[in-house]
Ligand binder design. Structure first.
Ligand SMILES: O=C(O)/C=C/C(=O)CC(=O)CC(=O)O
Ligand SMILES: [Ca+2]
Ligand SMILES: [Mg+2]
Length: 420
């Protein structure tokens, strides 16, 4: 029998007491942002519980981490503090614990309906890196951008490939995305033109939120990498394929991806995801020792993308994938990121890369789903798309099916606005 809460949670809710994802919200437009966890249709204001002296454990007793406008300070405290917070909250919210359940005035202050509050970016993101870890995505992009002869470069099987992304333009779910303008060209050999992107795309990704991190010059050993990952969010690495194709040689993505990146507001902890660990296939060739894990872990997270076309109410599912289709694990990505001594800091974001699966209906972006615009995708109601049009809304969801409960990520969405 799974544990239950005195807060009513619908069976299909993403946020049962087993989940308790962390985020940041404002109760009123003029109030200060504060940390929270989600349960059912409510947010739990952690600053109120801290004021009531309810975080009495050794790691959280004397900190003001729940009186901050973001989660960075809490993330910096590390796994023992995260576990203590989760255990304290699970106890306080459980059906047979009276402290909060029977204190009407505290309950009214601490539990607020999610529909009445504004969710914000949960972290101040100092640095953002985006990996390229799905073999299916790497192969498909390789064929389209570079031809079918050698679609995946030899280095891909040895290095978790990545580029440094732009942190300043990461936005929370629900923020509109303005179609970027830029240079593009019909082919790498023809002269460029300038204008609004005609090949605006989404990329279905998840991202790891970094915990304590490391000092400059001191790499994180792969066996300790998981202790530096607080949790995961959904991420849409919006991509202008025409801008990207013209600009990416030789340094990789730049303005084709830096105009907006959307993340979901709730960070689901690795602790909550533990029941959904899945073991990836053996990597061949075997990676270097610094990337070799005793027990490599993925998570079985079902992912779905739908589009609400401009002017319509109804959403059409365009792809279904799973986090476990990645080749490189998030711990390999983190260990690789620091192996040269590069320091990671609390709140840094590591995108997994587009999560494409092996099937035609599990591809993680329109570039692949429409084969660079050559095969339009049919949506419900006789509507079709190659790339995104102004007014289209893209919605990602993700969840793990537990025994009698769901651990979900909520929603990561954004609507396209026309170029100015
Ligand atoms: O193959 C390329 O040149 C680039 C492909 C991408 O779009 C890069 C990217 O953002 C990585 C990813 O999401 O997997
Ligand atoms: Ca990407
Ligand atoms: Mg981006």
């Amino acid at each position: 029998m799974p544990i239950t809460s005195f807060v009513e949670v619908q069976p299909d809710s993403h946020f049962p007491i087993q989940n308790l994802p962390f985020g940041v919200f404002k109760p009123q437009p003029e109030s200060e942002p504060r940390p929270a966890v989600a349960i059912g249709e409510f947010v739990v204001d952690l600053s109120v519980l801290a004021d009531a002296g309810l975080f009495g454990g050794p790691y959280l007793r004397n900190t003001d981490c729940f009186h901050q406008p973001n989660l960075n300070k809490f993330l910096g405290l590390g796994r023992p503090a995260w576990k203590e917070a989760r255990a304290t909250l699970q106890k306080l919210l459980s059906a047979d614990e009276s402290t909060l359940r029977d204190n009407a005035s505290l309950k009214q202050k601490a539990l607020l309906p999610s529909s009445k509050v504004q969710l914000l970016l949960p972290i101040a993101i100092g640095d953002y890196t985006d990996f390229f870890a799905s073999q299916h995505h790497a192969r498909n992009c390789g064929v389209m951008f570079r031809g079918p002869e050698n679609p995946i470069n030899l280095n891909w099987f040895h290095i978790p490939i990545a580029y440094h992304g732009r942190a300043s333009s990461i936005v929370v779910s629900g923020t509109d995305v303005i179609r970027p303008r830029g240079q593009a060209s019909q082919s790498p050999k023809s002269p460029p033109y300038f204008g609004p992107s005609n090949k605006l795309d989404f990329e279905l990704e998840m991202a790891a939120v970094v915990g304590p991190g490391n000092e400059l010059g001191k790499p994180i050993d792969i066996s300790e990498a998981a202790d530096h990952i607080f949790g995961l969010v959904l991420m849409n690495d919006w991509s202008a394929r025409d801008i990207q194709a013209w600009e990416y040689v030789p340094l990789g993505p730049f303005l084709g991806k830096s105009f907006s990146t959307t993340i979901s507001p709730w960070i689901v902890t690795l602790d909550a995801l533990e029941p959904f660990i899945s073991h990836p296939a053996e990597q061949i060739p075997p990676p270097f020792p610094y990337l070799t894990e005793k027990e490599p872990k993925h998570y079985d997270i079902s992912l779905q993308v739908s589009i609400v076309p401009s002017g319509e109410q109804h959403e059409s599912v365009v792809t279904r994938s799973n986090f476990k289709h990645l080749y490189w694990t998030i711990t390999q990505q983190l260990a690789h990121h620091t192996v040269n001594g590069c320091n990671l800091r609390p709140g840094d974001l590591l995108g997994t890369g587009t999560i494409s699966g092996p099937e035609a209906d599990s591809l993680g972006c329109l570039l692949e789903l429409t084969w660079n615009g050559q095969k339009p995708l049919s949506l419900d109601g006789n509507i079709s798309r190659t790339f995104l049009l102004d007014g289209d809304e893209v919605i990602f969801t993700g969840c793990c099916k537990g025994d009698g409960y769901i651990i979900g990520f909520g929603k990561c969405s954004g609507k396209i606005l026309p170029s100015p």
